[in-house]
Design a protein around this ligand. Structure first.
Ligand code: ATP
Ligand code: MG
Ligand code: MG
Ligand code: MG
Length: 464
């Protein structure tokens, strides 16, 4: 099955079970200023779960575009290191707003996996929260799952919206990619999550937690689930890594051609293929590279990708070229990607050109510092200089360091930053941005969102 077919099969299945199919919301949460990016399917339904927003349906299903590259869920450092993490991915979900609860939620998931997708039961593994006897009973007696492929876990299987508010136990379903992959089952000491890969998380919103930590049962408990499309596609396409699925093939090939390598399994190539998805969708949803907030997360992702291209020997701007391939691969699911292709390409090219001016020089300085290093820690002064003068986000420097088994002196870096701020204050230059010369905001305008049938479309206007 292709990813597109899996996505459709999921939505169709839940529609048949009485769920309304709801379009993906943008990556910038419209209802939550505290959240950096939409990082789960439930985000657009948060107020429905809280009861402050009413919808004409009590069951919904969606395929939600998500970014986990900052804030509470940050998988940036995992990209290129695990088989299962992306910065951008799609989360398939079904939701019950005070409608069905544990029994149906578990039955739906099990039916979809074992009957619709026909996954062999002996390759699946289930976990529940240690306190959740009810879910355990449903799995063992209701679904008849094998008790040797079942475990009870603690904090991994408890979900909460925040320090207060709705919360409750989860049950998670894993797929065993087999003994060729190292790693033990969920909860075992040698579990690193890459042999038994978590495919589906089902959250039972059952309690309301108050400021004093008291948990009271919700009058109408709800269900929130999330299954990573790329992970279930890897299962269905009988590959271990998400990066081997259909959605990534054309991107990896285009990236290889653009940087001039033929090593299709190269880790850096995977990072680039991942990052073009998150960068493009963030720009599509109205984020522009800048030096703060969401824009800085985007800038960090782009620069990281450029550095990986540079490592592979890219001789010219390559990253922006991949937007065309992305639009081909994902344009059917997200038609707005095709509409905005030219603008996204322009924004990326501009950022590439800017960073190209300092990347080579900065890398030379970093490489020299590493060559002269005694010990395992790169000095805070070097990290600061790269950041301040060469536009190297700290995580980019950390990424280079990690490849060589080194770490950064973050305390030293913070000291340099504090001194920098002090100098600015002394000079009376309030609000000075030391990466000014790299700032795109002054040259870039966009007219924000144009909310259309629940989707937003951003029109980015580059006043070149
Ligand atoms: P993991 O433990 O593997 O990091 P998670 O517990 O953080 O996953 P959830 O927050 O439960 O993930 O999200 C629900 C589902 O979304 C997961 O079961 C998985 O299928 C998918 N998912 C989560 N994070 C990612 C990611 N970074 N890339 C791709 N898919 C993801
Ligand atoms: Mg995670
Ligand atoms: Mg997990
Ligand atoms: Mg989970």
């Amino acid at each position: 099955m292709t990813s597109a077919q899996i996505r459709q099969a999921f939505l169709d299945f839940f529609e048949q079970q009485g769920h309304s199919v709801v379009a993906s919301s943008p990556l910038i949460p419209g209802n939550d200023p505290t959240l950096l990016f939409t990082n789960a399917g439930m985000v657009q339904f948060k107020d429905v779960f809280l009861g402050t927003d009413k919808r004409p349906y009590s069951r919904a299903t969606s395929s939600q575009r998500c970014v986990r590259a900052g804030g509470k869920h940050n998988d940036l450092e995992n990209v290129g290191y695990t088989a299962r993490h992306h910065t951008f991915f799609e989360m398939l979900g079904n939701f019950s707003f005070g409608d069905y609860f544990k029994q149906d939620a578990i039955r739906f998931a099990w039916t979809f996996l074992t009957e619709v997708l026909q996954l062999p039961k002996e390759r699946l593994w289930v976990t529940v929260h240690h306190s959740d006897d009810e879910a355990e009973r449903i799995w063992k007696e209701g679904m008849g799952i094998d008790p040797t492929r079942f475990s009870k876990l603690d904090e991994d299987n408890f979900w909460s919206m925040g320090d207060t508010g709705p919360c409750g136990p989860c049950t998670e379903i894993f797929f065993d990619h087999g003994p060729d992959v190292a790693g033990g089952p969920p909860g075992s000491p040698d579990d690193d999550g890459d042999r038994y890969i978590e495919i589906w998380n089902i959250v039972f919103m059952q309690y309301n937690r108050s400021a004093d930590g008291q948990m009271t049962p919700l009058p109408k408990p709800s269900v929130d689930t999330g299954m990573g499309l790329e992970r279930i596609a890897a299962v269905m396409q009988q590959v271990h890594s998400n990066y081997e699925i259909d959605l990534f093939q054309a991107l990896l090939q285009a990236a290889a051609a653009a940087v001039g390598t033929d090593q299709l399994n190269n880790k850096s190539l995977r990072v680039i293929a991942d990052h073009i998805r998150s960068s493009s969708f963030l720009i599509l949803d109205g984020v522009l590279p800048s030096n703060e907030g969401r824009g800085y997360v985007l800038r960090r992702i782009i620069r990281r990708a450029i550095r990986h291209g540079n490592k592979l020997g890219a001789k010219q701007a390559f990253f922006h070229q991949l937007v065309a391939t992305l639009a081909e691969v994902m344009g059917d699911a997200y038609p707005e990607l095709r509409l905005q292709q030219a603008q996204i390409t322009k924004v990326l090219l501009k950022e590439e050109e800017q960073f190209a001016r300092t990347l080579e020089h900065g890398m030379a300085i970093l490489e020299q510092a590493i060559a002269e290093l005694e010990g395992q820690v790169i000095a805070g002064e070097t990290v600061f200089r790269l950041y301040d003068t060469y536009g190297f986000p700290v995580d980019l420097t950390a990424d280079v360091a990690r490849e060589q088994g080194l770490t950064l002196d973050m305390e030293g870096f913070e000291t340099e930053m504090a001194q920098q701020r002090e100098r600015a204050r002394a000079a009376g230059q309030f609000n000075v941005d030391y990466n000014d010369q790299l700032d795109l905001e002054g040259q870039t305008r966009f007219n924000g969102y144009d909310a259309l049938e629940g989707r937003s479309q951003v029109v980015a206007l580059l006043s070149a």
